[in-house]
Design a protein around this ligand. Structure first.
Ligand SMILES: [Zn+2]
Length: 210
């Protein structure tokens, strides 16, 4: 099954995608991970992306599309995939439709206030990258990673100003995709405001009808 997960930052897409990917045996493809991996491996695309990110610019659509297209050539997507963080613009969605036919778009619906609350409480281990939340996913010892004992920090893009920025970008570029996929009869709304378990259960129920 070929799925797109859509929704504002903090809607829980990544967490649900990661769990569902294990359950369904299809890869969870996030553009953030693709960027990080390609930079680490210093591929041709990776070197380009690195330069752009380091200069503080957004990765252009064409480059993002090229990277996803390359990823979807991997044989592990034979039975489907979950795209998380892509497409982000109408242009990206049009490009995607030229090389892969998706089955459904899961749209995680959540209010701004809750996004801000969730993202502001998010912490990440500066050593191993494990994610935590000061309210909903506490480490055993405050401020310390359960896995490796290192210090937990706030991600720079979770600072209040940065969150506002990310929401603005989402409403401007990505929200139009909701209408775009609704017109194609591919959109399924999910209430993203509940607990991870609740959102997961609803997502699975919706997917079973596709
Ligand atoms: Zn750690």
């Amino acid at each position: 099954m070929k799925l797109i997960f859509l929704g504002p930052p903090g809607a829980g897409k990544g967490t649900i995608a990661s769990e569902l990917s294990k359950k369904m045996g299809i890869p969870h493809i996030s553009t953030g991970d693709l960027f990080r991996k390609s930079i680490k491996n210093q591929t041709v695309l990776g070197q380009k992306v690195q330069k752009i990110i380091e200069s503080g610019d957004l990765v252009p659509d064409a480059l993002t599309v090229a990277m996803v297209k390359e990823r979807l050539n991997n044989p592990d997507v034979e039975n489907g995939y979950i795209l998380d963080g892509f497409p982000r613009t109408i242009m990206q969605a049009d490009s995607l439709s030229q090389f892969s036919e998706i089955d459904s778009v899961i749209n995680f619906v959540i209010q701004d206030e809750q996004v801000i609350e969730r993202l502001a409480g998010r912490r990440i281990c500066k050593n191993c990258g494990e994610g935590y939340h000061i309210e909903t996913l506490k480490p055993q010892k405050e401020g310390i990673c359960d896995k490796c004992g290192e210090e937990l920090v706030k991600r720079p893009d979770d600072a209040p100003e940065a969150i506002k920025n990310r929401l603005d970008v989402y409403y401007e570029s990505t929200e139009p995709l909701i209408e775009y996929y609704k017109d194609k009869n591919k959109l399924k709304d999910i209430d993203g405001s509940g607990s991870v378990d609740a959102v997961m259960a609803e997502t699975e129920a919706v997917i079973s009808t596709i």
